[in-house]
Design a protein around this ligand. Structure first.
Ligand SMILES: C[S@@+](CC[C@H](N)C(=O)[O-])C[C@H]1O[C@@H](n2cnc3c(N)ncnc32)[C@H](O)[C@@H]1O
Length: 313
């Protein structure tokens, strides 16, 4: 069925009403192209002098972008790479300041549903989980090599898994007989470790798969990097929109935004400001924007989404 874009109208409205784009010109960056749903809507909703630059680290993005090249060239560009390298990617494309940046983080349904990519415990496939299979090591290498302390830290820190220690120990015990090479083999072990009465509506392997995916792709490191470089690249009046899907990401986004929105940091006992610090951004919608019930009913994957947005001062 493909990927249904989440909070589409809300994010596009926020980006196209940034100062320069509303005037009909500028550069918008969609740093998580995926299936191109947001890029397409940005192109359709902005003027002829607005360039939309999409980025994705997944090698399949190029094929998915073809219809947009056909319809919108020369207003549309796709850059292949990790958004953590935003500065280098923009420099190489000859772009300096930008007028909007969108991050719709996580996985696309294309990636999740393709068993060969190893993201899903529902379909069997190689235990890989790399968004860019030419970079880094597959999840199987981590699962079959790391010691139990490292594994339990990954499961706890990136998956908030209550059985992190027990699952990590069991993996280390079992893998000496037969390494974990497939998604199904790992999912079955997790199923055995989580007692049925402790299970929620989610599959017991959800947290473990999330944790490994975040670790293998250094998702939180890349997010921190792109938030910081992205803020530095935004022109006055430009907006940065982030859609995240779990609390670890959302916490990081909130932290970076709050820091960038801070003015004077002099201690309260200092009568006149001496730090001279000015806020870099204004936080719009401080409580975040969540999908309406209608969107969740049509696209249950949107259930956990939270959109945060800042405007550059
Ligand atoms: C949720 S999907 C985006 C869906 C897209 N907004 C749409 O409507 O089709 C997230 C995409 O971001 C990409 N991605 C995640 N982390 C990335 C990173 N660090 N650098 C570049 N792309 C990344 C993934 O490969 C995936 O295609």
């Amino acid at each position: 069925m493909g990927h249904v874009p989440v909070l589409l109208q809300e994010s596009v409205d926020l980006l196209v009403s940034g100062r320069r784009v509303a005037g009909g010109a500028g550069v918008l960056v969609d740093a998580t192209f995926g299936g191109g749903g947001h890029s397409r809507a940005l192109l359709e909703s902005s003027g002829d002098r607005v360039l939309v630059v999409a980025i994705d680290r997944d090698p399949d993005a190029g094929a998915r972008a073809q219809p947009l090249f056909q319809r919108f060239a020369p207003r549309f560009k796709l850059l292949r790479g990790n958004f953590a390298d935003l500065s280098r990617l923009l420099d190489a494309a000859g772009i300096d300041k930008i007028d909007g940046l969108l991050l719709d983080i996580g996985l696309s349904s294309f990636q999740l549903e393709d068993g060969e990519r190893g993201f899903s415990f529902q379909t069997d496939g190689p235990l890989d989980m790399r968004m860019d299979p030419s970079c880094g090591e597959p999840a199987a290498a981590v699962v079959n090599r790391a010691d139990d302390k490292t594994l339990s830290r990954i499961f706890r820190d990136f998956g908030e898994e209550p059985y992190a220690v027990a699952i990590a120990k069991k993996i280390v015990e079992k893998r000496s007989g037969k390494p974990f090479l497939t998604t199904r083999s790992l999912a079955l072990l997790v199923e055995e470790m989580v007692p049925p009465y402790k299970r929620s509506h989610r599959h017991p392997a959800t947290r473990i798969f999330q944790a490994l995916r975040i670790y293998v792709n250094d998702e939180l490191g890349a997010l921190r990097e792109v938030l910081e470089t992205g803020l530095a690249r935004l022109d006055h009046g430009a907006r940065l929109v982030v859609i995240s899907y779990h609390s670890l990401e959302d916490r990081l986004v909130k932290q970076v935004f709050r820091q960038a929105g801070k003015g004077c940091i002099c201690p309260p006992r200092v009568p006149v400001c001496t730090c001279g610090r000015q806020p870099q951004v204004r936080i719009l919608h401080p409580g975040g924007i969540r999908p309406q019930a209608g969107e969740i009913a049509l696209n249950p994957r949107s259930r956990s989404a939270c959109l945060r947005v800042v405007e550059c001062l």
